[in-house]
Design a protein around this ligand. Structure first.
Ligand code: HEM
Length: 133
């Protein structure tokens, strides 16, 4: 007998919760003075890409790669200056979006663990230090 662990996508019962999370997340990005300037004026495409990526990553249809190819997230984020502070803002907004959407355990922790690691992995600039003279 074999046991196949259920994917986050299955636990969520499809893509609708991921759409709600991405919407809630981008509402927070929109109001964030550190993150907002990194994104294009119109957030619709950014929203759509993150949504398709998450559907694919968490075990749903691979529509992201059909459209965008291999994710290569580190490379795609390199143009944006992601230091510890930007990463913390991103991660905090994502955790809040997950909670506002009412995602239950175990999916909640599975998602938080993934975002904690992946967001740290995307830091690509040193912290800004303020030197007093
Ligand atoms: C660490 C903080 C992060 C910052 C500041 C950040 C910022 C950005 C920005 C400015 C873009 C370009 C917007 C656009 O799509 O046009 C982007 C794209 C994207 N980000 Fe992030 N991001 C972060 C973390 C993450 C994480 C953790 C993931 C996934 C787990 C992720 C997934 C994506 C995806 C899938 C795209 C679209 C890539 C593409 O197909 O071009 N990001 N991000």
């Amino acid at each position: 007998m074999s046991f196949k662990p259920r994917s986050v996508y299955e636990l969520l019962g499809g893509e609708e919760s991921l759409r709600l999370i991405v919407d809630a997340f981008y509402d927070k990005v929109e109001a964030d003075a550190v993150l907002r300037p990194m994104y294009p004026a119109d957030l619709a495409e950014s929203k759509r890409r993150l949504f398709l990526f998450l559907v694919q990553f968490f075990g749903g249809p691979a529509r992201y790669s059909e459209e965008r190819g291999h994710p290569r997230l580190r490379m795609r984020h390199f143009p944006f200056a992601i230091d510890r502070r930007a990463r913390d803002h991103w991660f905090d907004h994502m955790c809040a979006a997950i909670d506002e959407t009412g995602i239950e355990e175990p999916a909640r922790s599975m998602m938080r663990d993934y975002f904690e690691r992946s967001s740290a992995f995307l830091i690509n600039r040193p912290d800004t230090i303020e030197i007093e003279d």
